[in-house]
Design a protein around this ligand. Structure first.
Ligand code: PEP
Ligand code: MG
Length: 581
C-alpha cells in the first residue's frame, strides 16, 4: 500500500481501479535491466503492429468516404512504420542504450524530424508532420495499448479512477463519466481549470500528484479522497470497505449520457446542442450524442488535397444532399470552404494551415468567384432536400457578406428558386475575427444568424497562433477581451433578433458552459462526443445564477482572476446544494 498526497480540489471519496492516461509530449527516459531488453523490443513491435492496424482501419474508412483522397496521407504513415529509420533505429537504441521503448521511439523520431525539416523540397518538408503523428501513435500504443481515452476506459470493467498527467477539457469531453468515479492529475498547474472541471462534473478530484501517472500500474485498486487530497494505492480490503461507505453518496448524473432531445437548465432556459462534423461518416455519432442538428460542417474536408477545380458541383451536391437527408428533419449548417491559398493545391484538410491571416475563407472565395459560385450552386440545389443553413467563414467586413449574399441571391434566381434566399436558406456569418465581433451590430442586418468561432477569435484577438506550442500558454479562452467580444456579439444579435451560436472548442469545455450560458448564449455546436457531458452540465445549471456569475466575471481584470472566481463560485454552489439536499 502506498499513499500519495496532492491537493484536493473537489470534495468526496471515490473507489475504483486505476486507469492511466498520459498525454505529455515529453517522454521519460529510464534504464532497463539487460533481461528486459527483449521484452521492450517486443513491446515496440507490438505497438508497430497495432499502429498499422489502426492506420489501415482509418485509411479504409476515409477511402470509402467523400474525402477519399485523404487516404494517401495514411498510406504514407503506414509506410513510415516500416521505415528502418524509425522503428529499426528505435530497436537499436533499446538494445544499445538499454532504455525504455517510448524513449527510443522519441530519439529515433528526433533524428528523422531533423532530416525532414532540413529538406529543401517543401513537399518533403511537410512530411515531418506525418513523422510526428506516427511517432506519437507508437508512443501512445506503447503506453496504453489502446486507441484513446474511451477505449482505454472500456478495458476496465466497473468503477474507475482516472490517473492522468493532466486532464484537458477535450479529453474530459471524450470520457464516459458514468464509469469514472474520480480523477487525479500529476499536474498542479492549470489547477483552477481542472478543479472547475471536476466540480462541474461533480466528481472528487486531486491535482498536483507529480508523478502518480508513472508510478501507479493500470488496474490497481485506489481510494481517492478529494477532501484531504490523499490517494491510497492498493489499499487493504477493510480500507476499501470503509471507503465504499464514505463514498456512498448519490451521483447526481447517471444515465444522462444516452439522453437526447431538448435540454434546459434547472430554471427552464432552453439550450440547443448541435454537432460539429468534418466527414459524412461522423453522422453516425449524431444519434448517440443527442445532437439537435449539425451546427458546423467543415466543408473543406471534402477537398482533401485535391485542386479545387476537381471538386465538381455535382460531387458537392451529392454530398450535401446526402448530409442534409441523413440529418433531416434536424437542420444542417454547412460552412463554405475555409481554405487558405496554400491549401488550394493540396493538404486541404490540414488544421495547421488554417491559422494564417491571409487569403483565406470567404476572402479566398470572393477572390476566386467561380469556386464560390460552384459551391453555392451545389448548396442551393441541395437545399431542396431539407433544412439548410449556409455559413461564411473568416468574415471581416459587411461588404464581404453583401457580395456573398448577392451571389447566392443570383444563383437562387437563376435556379428558378426565386430571389428570396432567406426563405429557403438561412445565411450566416462566422464571427471569428475581432473586427467582425466589434462590428457585429453592423453585420447583423445582412445575415440571418451568427456563429461565434472562438478557436480563431481567441488566436486573432490575443495574437497567438493556435497551433504554435511555444505560445500555447497565452491562448486563453478566459481572457477578458475574449469574453467581452463574445458578449458584444451576443448583444448585437439580440438587438437585431437573430440567433447566435458558439462552435469553437470552448463550447465543448464542461468547465466553461456555465459562464457561456451566463453570457446569454443558449446555442452551442461541438464535437459530437462532448454533447452528453455538456448536456449533463447544462441540466444542473441555474441560468439565473450563471448570469450573476458571468456579470461578475466580466468585471475582473485577468484570466487568472476569472478562473479563480469561477472556482470559488462553484465551490460555494456545491456547498449550498449539499446543505439544501
Ligand atoms: C473556430 O474558429 O472556432 C471554428 C469553429 O472554426 P475552425 O476551428 O474550423 O477554424
Ligand atoms: Mg475558424
Amino acid at each position: 500500500m502506498d499513499r500519495l498526497t496532492g491537493i484536493g480540489v473537489s470534495a468526496g471519496v471515490a473507489v475504483g481501479r486505476a486507469v492511466i492516461l498520459t498525454q505529455r509530449t515529453e517522454v521519460m527516459r529510464f534504464p532497463i535491466p539487460p533481461d528486459r531488453v527483449e521484452r521492450e523490443v517486443q513491446a515496440l513491435q507490438a505497438a508497430r503492429d497495432q499502429s498499422r492496424r489502426q492506420l489501415q482501419d482509418i485509411r479504409g474508412r476515409v477511402a470509402h468516404g467523400p474525402g477519399g483522397e485523404l487516404a494517401a496521407l495514411f498510406d504514407a504513415q503506414i509506410l513510415m512504420l516500416d521505415d528502418p529509420m524509425l522503428v529499426g533505429n528505435a530497436e537499436e537504441i533499446i538494445r544499445n542504450e538499454r532504455v525504455n521503448a517510448a524513449w527510443a521511439v522519441h530519439r529515433a523520431y528526433e533524428g528523422l524530424y531533423q532530416l525532414f525539416s532540413a529538406m529543401e523540397d517543401p513537399y518533403l518538408r511537410e512530411r515531418e508532420n506525418d513523422v510526428a503523428d506516427v511517432a506519437g501513435r507508437l508512443r501512445m500504443n506503447l503506453r496504453h495499448g489502446a486507441r484513446g481515452p474511451r477505449e482505454l476506459l472500456s478495458q476496465i470493467d466497473g468503477p474507475s479512477i482516472l490517473i492522468a498527467d493532466e486532464l484537458t477539457a477535450s479529453v474530459a469531453a471524450q470520457l464516459d463519466w458514468s464509469r469514472v468515479q474520480g480523477f487525479a492529475t500529476d499536474a498542479g498547474s492549470r489547477t483552477y481549470h481542472t478543479a472547475i472541471l471536476a466540480r462541474s462534473l461533480n466528481v472528487p478530484a486531486i491535482v498536483g500528484l507529480h508523478d502518480a501517472s508513472l508510478r501507479i500500474a493500470a488496474g490497481t485498486p485506489v481510494i481517492l479522497d478529494g477532501t484531504t487530497g490523499e490517494l491510497t494505492v492498493a489499499p487493504a480490503p477493510d480500507e476499501i470497505d470503509d471507503a465504499h461507505r464514505r463514498a456512498a453518496r448519490p451521483r447526481r448524473r447517471s444515465g444522462a449520457a444516452t439522453e437526447s432531445g431538448p435540454v434546459s437548465t434547472r430554471d427552464g432556459v432552453r439550450v440547443r446542442l448541435e454537432a460539429n462534423i468534418e466527414l459524412l461518416e461522423d453522422i453516425e455519432y449524431l444519434g448517440e450524442s443527442g445532437a439537435e442538428g449539425v451546427g458546423l460542417y467543415r466543408s473543406e474536408f471534402m477537398v482533401s488535397g485535391r485542386a479545387l477545380d476537381l471538386v465538381t458541383e455535382d460531387e458537392q451536391y451529392a454530398l450535401y444532399r446526402n448530409l442534409i437527408e441523413q440529418v433531416a428533419p434536424r437542420p444542417v449548417t454547412i460552412r463554405t470552404f475555409d481554405l487558405d491559398e496554400r491549401q488550394i493545391g493540396r493538404e486541404a484538410g490540414s488544421e495547421r494551415r488554417r491559422t494564417r491571416p491571409g487569403l483565406r475563407g470567404l476572402r479566398l472565395g470572393l477572390a476566386n468567384p467561380e469556386v464560390l459560385r460552384r459551391q453555392l450552386r451545389a448548396l442551393v440545389r441541395a437545399s431542396a432536400h431539407g433544412p439548410l443553413r449556409v455559413m461564411f467563414p473568416f468574415v471581416t467586413a459587411v461588404e464581404e457578406i453583401r457580395q456573398a449574399r448577392a451571389m447566392l441571391t443570383d444563383i437562387c434566381a437563376a435556379s428558378g428558386f426565386g430571389r428570396a434566399v432567406s426563405e429557403r436558406i438561412q445565411v450566416g456569418a462566422m464571427i471569428e475575427i475581432p473586427s467582425a465581433a466589434v462590428a457585429a451590430d453592423l453585420l447583423a442586418p445582412d445575415v440571418d444568424f451568427f456563429t461565434i468561432g472562438t478557436n480563431d477569435l481567441i488566436q486573432y484577438t490575443l495574437a497567438v497562433d493556435r497551433n504554435d506550442d511555444r505560445v500555447s500558454d497565452l491562448y486563453e479562452p478566459l481572457h477578458p477581451a475574449v469574453l467581452r467580444l463574445i458578449r458584444m456579439v451576443r448583444r448585437a444579435a439580440a438587438r437585431h433578433r437573430i440567433p447566435v451560436s458558439l462552435c469553437g472548442e470552448m463550447a465543448s469545455d464542461p468547465a466553461l458552459v456555465g459562464l457561456l450560458v451566463g453570457l446569454g448564449l443558449t446555442d452551442f455546436s461541438m464535437t459530437p462526443g462532448a454533447i452528453p457531458i455538456v448536456r449533463q452540465v447544462v441540466q444542473e445549471l441555474s441560468a439565473h445564477d450563471a448570469r450573476r456569475l458571468a456579470g461578475h466575471a466580466l468585471r475582473l481584470a485577468t484570466a487568472t482572476e476569472i478562473e479563480q472566481y469561477l472556482f470559488d463560485a462553484l465551490a460555494a454552489s456545491a456547498i449550498q446544494r449539499s446543505s439544501s439536499s
